[in-house]
Design a protein. Structure first.
Length: 140
């Protein structure tokens, strides 16, 4: 597809509890990811895969909206934010996604350190962050 523009914000009253796979990859979306959309998907508790790769989204990678507190999703296995224009540091919170297996955020403008709590994501088998400006050390 070649969908474009910003994602509509909506009022958050949709039935997101049944959504298991959310995939908007390889389109032309831009702007920031609406926090209310992510919160509604995460709160549903059934989301397994979230993929917005190959678009033009900006802002920070909203990890905490999936893995922390009331938005903690125990089913989530795949997060892909790669090939966008996300910037800044990766938020802490990935450690709260106990079933997360793959986290991809390469080909953005991310900087700073890899959050230390990423090592708490016990099911994580892939971390892909190529072509960013990540620095610091890799933990034990």
């Amino acid at each position: 597809n070649h969908f474009s523009r910003e994602l509509p914000l909506g009022n958050g009253n949709g039935n997101s509890s049944v959504v298991q796979v959310f995939d908007l990859s390889s389109n032309s979306f831009n702007g920031t990811l609406p926090v209310s959309l992510i919160q509604n998907l995460a709160e549903g508790g059934n989301l397994i895969s979230f993929n917005v790769s190959n678009n033009s989204f900006v802002g920070h990678v909203p990890v905490s909206n999936f893995c922390v507190g009331v938005h903690k999703n125990s089913s989530l296995r795949f997060l892909d934010f790669s090939s966008n224009d996300f910037d800044g540091a990766i938020e802490t919170g990935l450690g709260g996604c106990s079933k997360l297996e793959k986290f991809r955020a390469g080909f953005n403008v991310l900087s700073g350190n890899i959050p230390i709590d990423i090592y708490d994501a016990v099911s994580l088998i892939e971390i892909s962050l190529p072509l960013n400006k990540i620095d610091g050390t890799i933990g034990d």
